[in-house]
Design a protein around this ligand. Structure first.
Ligand code: GLY
Length: 580
């Protein structure tokens, strides 16, 4: 009997190899949230509820996205923001797609060497820690442009929930406390921030109510005066005053000249799915496209999730795509980005031909001649009853940005300037080694990895997805898409599955604990891969996604699912997917 049981077991193992999992084969993730009329997934549950309330009252997905953007600035201060910037990818119900770039811009007084000392060496902390690190914020202009161009509701209505949350306060739950734990030391060093986010110099406690009176005033001014209240009014004056008093270079002219760019998204297909994502000044859409184009030439589903072969093909595709990211891409107003090449299937074929079938590639060998992120970004995904879909990723860059509030505004400021190449060849906050295309110039946006993405199939929305995670955003997005499309996972499993990451330099594979089995690791080591475990869960991102028509491909094909499924990353401490 024992013998026959073992034979049955190995037969079952063989049967499951290379197949999408069946209905009884779910992994250990909770079920995604369901909804028939709409879905909002964000990194803070109160903000998700704000979005759902807007949808329920008849607002569209863009209205909800604007309201959630303002609400996150209150309830998720680590990354939700008025003092940072970001991107919004929109797919309207008629299939029209567009992209709003409200990324920070370099102040007019910035220079290519502003973070270097007299000997040309980077000054530690200069691009991350003080007012000199602050890019001109774009979030308010972005929210207002989205509302004016694609929303249906009045500004006051969409900002009202954020004003209420700021003025009445909200009760801190364990997830909020976990988020603050990363910022408390930094916030304590700034008098204006400490007054708001600490009590008598000590971290806020579980169950405390966080009231942000100055932020409520700023939000009220924006509700009444629109973006001009921020860029041409008292808010800009207060931020400029704080900057001048603390060694920054922001001027009133920087704010007055800020403009949102509406850009054509990056568009490509992967195994029959149509994907729209972020163009430069983000690298995200192009780099994910390049990686997926390479992987499309391999039978990934057959090779299987987590197998040494799948992992090494992913790593080699990442290696090649990140060289292009870090050497060739930059703000499109300043750099001629090779968009056609990076999205071409022929270029992917060239890369496949250069991948050694037996040995690990060598990153140094890909370095072009003459050459040299965090968590705190946040993503939310929304879909409404008509099928309008919105993906927004916005950020302060580091957790809580520079950790400083311009006195009187309640607004935390970004340290996005660190996303520029501070010096060719010198790694930034995320270890990215970048080149001249991303050098600092006045009015330029630093290269981003943020990749708010919408996937459609046969002309209908299929998936809305994005994540924080600095440079890992790209590989987090890659895994989520591959896990659904190639490995048949349901959306929550796809987002929760442990991840791997490679970004060309440093030349090593990072993995989350338990991502790869000891057997797989031995096979990879035998081929020459250096794999290290990164146990810092906070940096592996908090993806937020929506799948349409089923929890996974199998249910979509069977046609017996709910209309919308939402999943917030299990790594997110305070988030929620809420459908209705
Ligand atoms: N600050 C993170 C990014 O934009 O990539």
């Amino acid at each position: 009997m024992r013998h026959s049981g073992l034979r049955q077991l190995s037969f079952a193992v063989v049967l499951t190899l290379g197949c999408a999992p069946g209905p009884a084969a779910f992994a250990a993730s909770p079920a995604p949230a369901q909804g028939q009329n709409g879905m909002v997934v964000s990194a803070q549950h109160l903000a998700s509820q704000v979005g759902v309330d807007i949808l329920k009252s008849g607002g569209n997905a863009v209205d909800a996205a604007v309201a959630v953007g303002y609400a996150l600035a209150v309830v998720h201060p680590a990354a939700g923001n008025l003092g940072g910037g970001g991107f919004m990818t929109i797919r309207l119900k008629d299939g029209t797609t567009t992209f709003l770039d409200f990324r920070e811009r370099a102040p007019l007084a910035s220079t290519g060497t502003m973070y270097l000392d007299a000997d040309g060496n980077p000054v530690p902390g200069a691009s991350t820690d003080g007012y000199l690190a602050v890019g001109v914020p774009g979030s308010v202009a972005g929210m207002e442009a989205a509302r004016e161009r694609y929303g249906t509701r009045a500004r006051e209505e969409l900002i009202a929930p954020a004003i209420r949350l700021a003025s009445e306060g909200f009760v801190l739950e364990p997830g909020d406390i976990a988020s603050f734990a990363e910022g408390n030391d930094m916030l304590a060093q700034d008098e204006a921030a400490a007054k708001i986010f600490l009590k008598d110099g000590k971290p806020l406690e579980l169950g405390a109510t966080l009231v942000q009176a100055d932020l409520a005033k700023s939000l009220t001014a924006i509700a009444q005066g629109g973006a001009d209240a921020f860029y041409k009014g008292g808010i800009a004056d207060l931020i400029v005053r704080a900057s001048e008093a603390n060694g920054g270079i922001l001027t009133r002219e920087d704010f007055e000249r800020y403009e949102v760019r509406e850009l054509e998204p990056v568009k490509y297909s992967y195994r029959g799915y149509d994907i729209v994502s972020s163009p430069p000044p983000s690298s995200g859409g192009l780099v994910i496209c390049e990686i997926l184009n390479v992987l499309e030439g391999y039978p990934i589903s057959y090779l299987g999730y987590g197998s040494a072969e799948t992992v090494r093909l992913m790593v080699e595709a990442m290696r090649h795509a990140f060289v292009d990211r870090n050497t060739a891409l930059g703000d499109p107003d300043f750099v001629d980005n090779p968009v056609g090449k990076l999205t071409s299937k022929a270029y992917a074929e060239e890369i496949r031909a250069r991948i050694d079938p037996y040995r690990a590639g060598v990153s140094e060998a890909l370095k072009p001649a003459g050459f040299g992120e965090s968590k705190e970004t946040t993503h939310y995904s929304i879909i409404d009853r008509d099928g309008n879909a919105v993906a927004v990723t916005y950020t302060l860059n580091g957790s809580f940005g520079i950790g400083k509030v311009a006195e009187g505004t309640g607004i935390l400021l970004n340290n996005e300037m660190d996303d520029f190449t501070i010096k060719p060849g010198v790694p930034n906050l995320y270890g990215l080694v970048q080149g001249e295309a991303n050098a600092i110039e006045p009015g330029k946006s630093p290269l981003s990895s943020m990749s708010p993405t919408i996937v459609s199939k046969d002309g209908e929305p299929f998936m809305v997805i994005g994540s924080p995670g600095g440079s890992r955003i790209i590989t987090i997005m890659l895994s989520a898409i591959m896990n659904v499309v190639d490995h048949g996972m349901d959306l929550q499993e796809a987002i929760d599955a442990p991840r791997i990451h490679h970004q060309w330099l440093p030349d090593r594979v990072l993995m989350e604990p338990y991502a790869l089995s000891p057997d797989t690791l031995r096979l990879l080591a035998g081929m020459g891969y250096r794999v290290g475990t990164d146990p810092d869960w906070t940096i592996w991102g908090e993806a937020a996604g929506i799948l349409v028509g089923g929890r996974n491909l199998r249910q979509i094909a069977a046609g017996d699912g709910a209309r919308y499924y939402g999943a917030i990353d299990s790594r997110a401490t305070a988030g929620a997917a809420i459908g209705y």
